[in-house]
Design a protein around this ligand. Sequence first.
Ligand SMILES: Cc1cc2nc3c(=O)[nH]c(=O)nc-3n(C[C@H](O)[C@H](O)[C@H](O)COP(=O)(O)OP(=O)(O)OC[C@H]3O[C@@H](n4cnc5c(N)ncnc54)[C@H](O)[C@@H]3O)c2cc1C
Length: 474
Amino acid sequence: MPETIYDVAIIGGGPGGYTAAFRAGQLGLKTCLIEKDEKLGGTCLHVGCIPTKALLFNAEVYDHLKAAEEYGIEGLGKGKLNWRAIQDRKNKIVSKHTKGLDFLVKKNKVDRVVGFGRLMGPAKGGIHTVQVSGADGKTSEVKTKNIILATGSFARLLPGLQADDRILTNIEVLSLPDIPKSMVIIGAGAVGVEFASIYRTFGSEVTLLEVLPRLVPVEDEEVSKELLRSFKKKGINCFVNTKVDKAEKTKNGVVVSFTPQGEAQQKLEAEKVLIAVGRGPNTENIGLERTPNIKTERGFLHTNEWMETGEKGIYAIGDIVAGLPQLAHVGAMCGVVAVTRVAGKPAKAVNKNRIPGCTYCEPQIGSVGLTEAKAKEAGYQVKVGKFPFTANSKATIINNHEGFIKVVSDAKYGEILGVHIIGPLATELICEAVTAMEMEATVEDMMFTIHAHPTVSEGLLDAFGAVEGKAINF
Ligand SMILES: Cc1cc2nc3c(=O)[nH]c(=O)nc-3n(C[C@H](O)[C@H](O)[C@H](O)COP(=O)(O)OP(=O)(O)OC[C@H]3O[C@@H](n4cnc5c(N)ncnc54)[C@H](O)[C@@H]3O)c2cc1C
């Protein structure tokens, strides 16, 4: 049998890698997907996006049930959480979608190889070799014209700490045996605040420690302020500008020593500590040293806008790419761009200013484009419109009317520079703002776009109107 030479081999079967593989199949490319684990889906499906959102849904329902009498539903009592059932439901959702990926591999005629993929150096005669090591120690080779690296990321820990049953990363925290009585969360980025939301709703005493001056530091300042207000109201202890000095295990838990700026050191004992201080790239040991033209920065790979590294025929996508937010939908779109280029078809590069950032804590956050501060820094003459959800009738109906929508626009031409939402359905609503910006709609275009009534999305119509001082409902 002649040796198979693939058009593209993808290393890593997370949302970046599997999306690239499925689109490659759709484009008629002979495609191989190399994943070290038996299951496809990566961080996102197994220990990231999907299980966290499953738990957040439990939390949302539980919160609604706590207000049952307000809705006129009597007889439910205080309610009690069945942690085992919550975990089972989450696991079933993950399994269902893992099976879905197996089906899509076949549907898109992708060859799947289980094993750890490693580059073997630049192409020889236009053909690259990937060495694949199986769990049994046996190695094989995959020959391919192009390679896409999509090896993802790992949770960073603090120096000297190791994950175990008390010091947790996103992996351990998703399958705890019980709901902990107390938890300290180090890091108030998306991962930290989502778990703060989940476990606080489930009844844990939660303390959030953030070294930067605000929660969700990449978001617009007003969004951070609103989240802090809301979290404090829910009883989450929040410390910003706070440095964690050490975490030490005790007989029953962990003592965390931390120093808020300008104050004395404090100590707090909790049953569990979650470390959510960012994610490093899985790029060690994948043969990068053999391909000197691939440029790296602290392990992250540099690419051009078509996701090409400096080595001909080798692309990189997803969490390992320098300068891109580590989000599943970013990795997935980068995968689409890369394989479209491999297929020689016209593609559209990812525009960093059109990437929705979604945080699914309660209240939810959805944002796109420049924050007010960044727009000013970039030299724009900024005009802002803000609409509070308290004035939106649907938000009142669904009993979720905290927060606001903020539109950041350019005063001269009405260009939409950024939209920042905190409140009900923010992670769904932001899609409209992304589409508007992608289509280069102006504030005026959006002010004449009919939004159904009563909907939470009408809030966007009011927020665009607010830029011109013409919100109808506020
Ligand atoms: C708790 C948490 C919640 C999150 N929630 C969201 C969210 O709601 N929305 C969102 O957009 N993002 C979310 N993210 C981020 C999202 O999970 C990542 O951005 C996304 O998974 C990155 O996709 P990827 O394909 O680059 O890498 P990964 O998903 O990490 O997948 C990489 C895959 O490559 C495999 N692999 C690694 N090295 C090799 C090798 N050498 N050979 C073969 N296989 C290899 C790994 O086993 C893995 O399956 C969350 C992350 C966390 C931790």
